[in-house]
Write a protein of this length. Sequence first.
Lengths: 199, 224
Amino acid sequence: MGECAAVAVPTDEDLLVSLRSGQAESLGVLVARWEAPLLRFVSRMVDRPDDARDVCQETFLRILDKAEAFRDGARFSTWMYQIALNLCRDQSRRRRRWGRLMIVEPGAGAETPKDHVAPETVATNPAAAYEQTERRGAVRRALSALPPEQREVLLLKEYEGLKFREIADVLGVAESTVKSRMYAGLDAMRMSLTGLGIP
Amino acid sequence: MTCTAWQENVVERLYGEIGKDTDAALSAHLETCASCRESLAEFQRVRSLMAEDEPGVPRVPRVVVLRDRSGFRPALLAASLLGTALLAGAGAGAGYALGLGHASASAALPAGGPVAAGVSTEELVRREVDRRMAALQASQPHVAGATTSESNPAASADHAVNASELRAEFAKFERRLNGARAADLDYVLDQIAASEFRVGTRLGKTNQALRTVALANTPYVNEQ
């Protein structure tokens, strides 16, 4: 692979401004920066890896199409997550319309998607590794059982590290609403995990 | 269960987004409220479990920058020509199948034996009409003899009338058949045009996106 040259790093917002002025290459840099976090988030929001990839691709296409609509002073990541979230909701709605055929049985379907790189922390002891796998499966099941509005908040906060203010911007709700959804989501997770026998 | 008034503050404390004063007030509250303490501890446990399941970076589809070559693009042109040919072939096949479907539903076209290449459909229909007329004429005396009187002079006149009516019916049917076939073909061509348009739009968009998508660490990769 080529060498990385040390150059001044433009911000996401700078790149979007240059994208708006016709520098289509800027999108490439934005994609390189955000594709992994976005795919990680979207993969948790939709059930199927294929859908997740479609949503990511569509998100970047929308960004390309609607760069003009980006408000000056807004944060690129907030805007991107907004677009992705709306697409995830559309996707889920479409899936629901196709009935229960698409619903994955919690026990069978909660394995790590094959196209995810395994997390770095792998227990060396077989018994510990088994328990870890169990716990991960339980967390995934508990997460996917949450109502979408609670899951969105939890994922954006826990895995994407957004501030409450930013999540409020992404979702277009008040910050206090985000916090109360967060509380409800954590409480539901606590109960689910206890119910699944996770100490 | 946490006291409702403190729920937001518990969440703020959990994620380190709590103001100094609020934090002090929450600490004072926690001194006296066991359920809030328990909630906070439980939520921390949930967080640590979630952190354990933090997904690794998913493999994303690798994309390279295609050098923008304005002007003639033989590969794209060849692909689009091939696609058009396939679509047209499929359309023609479908149109043919639809036409044949109509024909076989209403009347049997020549069957048993390959159709001679170069013979028009009208000619085939005409031949079939003649064949059936001949068969009808051959069987008519026998049928008439078996069902009506054997020496009926009006029978041959009726027969002649029936034959001409039948021929007119066949001609009408042929016109209907051709009409239906033309309508089917129009429909198929419309569908092909619409799907070509959709595919073309999508390809254009994707192509545009692909061309502009770069890898951060390989900014000069080209299609070679």
